[in-house]
Design a protein around this ligand. Sequence first.
Ligand SMILES: Cc1cc2nc3c(=O)[nH]c(=O)nc-3n(C[C@H](O)[C@H](O)[C@H](O)COP(=O)(O)OP(=O)(O)OC[C@H]3O[C@@H](n4cnc5c(N)ncnc54)[C@H](O)[C@@H]3O)c2cc1C
Length: 509
Amino acid sequence: MKNTDILIVGSGIGGLSLAAKINTLNPELKISIITKSDAIESNTRYAQGGIAAVLDTINDSFEDHINDTLKCGAGLCDKSIVEMVIRKAPERIKELIHLGVQFDKKSNGNIHLALEGGHVAPRIAHHKDKTGFEIETVLLNQVQKRKNIKIIPHQVVVDLLIENSNGNKRCNGVKIFEELKNRTTTIYAAVTILATGGCGQVYKNTTNPKVATGDGYAMAKRAGAELQNMRFVQFHPTSLYEENKKETSFLISEAVRGFGAHIIDEDESRFLFAYDKRGELATRDIISLAIFEHMQAKKSKFVYLDMRHLNMKAFENHFPIITEKLKDVGYDFSKDLIPIVPSAHYQSGGIKVNSKAQTNIEDLYALGEVSCTGLHGANRLASNSLLEALVFSHEAAVNIVKTIKLHTTLSKQEIENTEAFLDNKWVQNQIESLKDMMSTITFQSENYNYDDAIDIINSIIEKTETEFKHKYYSIELLNLRNLAITAGIIVKDLVNSHKVKLKMSIDEI
Ligand SMILES: Cc1cc2nc3c(=O)[nH]c(=O)nc-3n(C[C@H](O)[C@H](O)[C@H](O)COP(=O)(O)OP(=O)(O)OC[C@H]3O[C@@H](n4cnc5c(N)ncnc54)[C@H](O)[C@@H]3O)c2cc1C
């Protein structure tokens, strides 16, 4: 692969909307998008609920959306960023519509707005219950047809290339692993953007797909970028409980509770009201914690979503994907209760960026879920994350086009041959025990024995580093290293926030 002007890692809403916007502003710039799997595979494609924005100024207001966001973020949001994102939201949504994204409409032609937990008014623009898929396919289509944008699927970025420039760190590209060719190569770029999504795969139950192994956080950490608030991993309260579940748990959108579904236990009690007067419409963190405590008290593996009282026809029309999945698994939700469990869903922390998505490393940007902009604080408000990626990709694009310093001389590509790392069983075992440990820590974070956790994480990091040093590579081994480093960053943040006294040092994480 050749050097390029702008190198984007990740093909979700962050990476694709950035590429499209830069190309609109300056079609001459050469953009490469590298992505780990098929171009469509991302958290974005699975987003169900939609995008929050004030599109009905009669029944809603910017002030209400701002207040809901600040309240959900528990005092840790950056108010100026919250205001910026929310006030710019309608404009960004109009642009999506202009590119071809279809949102559901009411009979009067206005966009249909759904209600979700934590919002005081219906304000979620959506495309049935497959909004993310609609946005991802439209953006991919846009990017694929534009000259000077190239998407390179099935290439794993291993690390950022960092140089020192006048005492400051500067990013000038990435190193990638080409598994089929058994080699690593370098790609140089004037500007590099991490849009690598989240880290749900650090946990046993997650709504995130297989690609969400926290690569961006781990790469940023290795490169010396600043990260913040990584302890704030949001659990979604309503993912489908399946006895033989796969690596991803099926999400039952927040909007289903907005539509009127209840959460009950085996005695058919709506127990959430004992935890918060908003019941099913409380925010995710409150509901997830309430469900965990209730499950522990009742010694049950799940609670239930009760949809028996809902208008089935209207439900099936609004939620075709959820309807299809539940039917496939064998539930008739006009009669059956649906077992649910909270799952890791969204990383509210991330790589610290400013209002233009710039990190503390020169020419390195971070966008979307991998970034920490200050919008979410301790907890993301439902449907604010697609919005955040859109608003920040616009701000980043404008800044990149204005400030990019194109290379006059191109660095020569460096290629290193590698050997296949074959002990996949060991990797799988390490991943399983890491996931078990991180899931236990989540809901016992104040009493956990963090010395044990750090010991386990450090030994994985040490072993994987040794293999890479000897040029043994595999995608699974790279995933394991990134999962362990991301887990380490989360644990370190928890240790610091709970002021835990440790026997061992965590400085190396
Ligand atoms: C089931 C589900 C439902 C959701 N519903 C909503 C919703 O209704 N509303 C809302 O606002 N948010 C929702 N979210 C959250 C939202 O979808 C994500 O936060 C958002 O899509 C993240 O976009 P992104 O561009 O940052 O990352 P992603 O869409 O996750 O894309 C990341 C990309 O980076 C690539 N990548 C990662 N590591 C590497 C590497 N090492 N090398 C190369 N490529 C790499 C991946 O392959 C992928 O292409 C939902 C999330 C899930 C999982």
